[in-house]
Design a protein around this ligand. Structure first.
Ligand code: GSH
Length: 225
């Protein structure tokens, strides 16, 4: 089946879909959409104008969680939802936790302020970043840290979409200059390094790092002139 993914490579939600597509061994075409400067036609793909969206022979689906479920239920490849209904529910809970609790702080506060705001000529709100790092994120990270205790991945031995969803947010935090402190969060830090060395992720990261470097240079030039 021909698959087209619409999105920007630094979006954690687009990264989720890309990692899943790669984990399932599915070929796809990536059509680049800048979420902040979208072509008018993108409203026909996703009326909410967010990335990612996936075009398939069955229709167009938006939202990384909906895409994840569609890919899991309709296309071949690895099982990213565990082996039992309880494990699948656990994966969906952690995915929601990542997408709706971690994302507002890790991506929409740290990453956006540090990398995107300067690029768009807006100031970086360091107070908001510090508040996220000191107050907002620690209880969320502590919950995930304790969940990983004694486990290789969130489900134990089985890699799942929960690892992808949480790891994707941590990668955006790192792009925003905030690495997970390995002394404070050893389980999360180890999860991130295991995730980063999987082929589905290591194949994507060099392109992302290159773009982050370019965006930082551009932002620095904009601040000088
Ligand atoms: N819950 C959505 C979130 C998607 C999302 O917020 N994407 C951001 C980029 S990281 C976006 O497209 N923002 C543009 C906008 O909100 O106008 C998902 O999982 O796909």
């Amino acid at each position: 089946m021909s698959l087209t993914l619409y999105g920007a490579i630094l979006s954690p939600f687009v990264r989720k879909s890309r990692i899943q597509l790669m984990e399932q061994g599915l070929e796809y075409e990536l059509v680049s959409i800048d979420p902040f400067n979208q072509p008018d036609w993108y409203a026909d793909i996703n009326p909410l104008r967010r990335v990612p969206a996936l075009k398939t022979a069955d229709g167009i689906f938006a939202d990384s969680a909906i895409i994840a479920q569609y890919l899991h239920e309709n296309l071949p490849g690895g099982n990213l939802y565990g082996s039992t209904p309880a494990e699948a529910a656990q994966v969906r809970w952690l995915e929601k936790f990542a997408d709706y609790e971690l994302a507002p702080l890790a991506t929409f506060t740290v990453f956006r302020n540090r990398l995107l705001n300067p690029l768009h000529g807006k100031p970086c709100d360091e107070a908001a970043v510090s508040d996220a790092m000191e107050h907002g994120l620690p209880p969320l990270l502590a919950y995930l840290e304790q969940h990983l205790e004694g486990r290789h991945w969130f489900l134990g031995e089985q890699f799942s979409l929960a690892d992808i969803a949480v790891g994707s947010q941590l990668i955006n935090m790192a792009h925003g200059g905030q690495l997970i402190d390995e002394l404070q969060w050893p389980n999360l830090s180890s999860l991130l390094s295991k995730l980063s060395s999987r082929h589905s992720v290591s194949a994507l990261l060099p392109g992302e790092h290159q773009l982050v470097g370019k965006l930082r240079e551009l932002a620095a030039k904009r601040q000088i002139h």
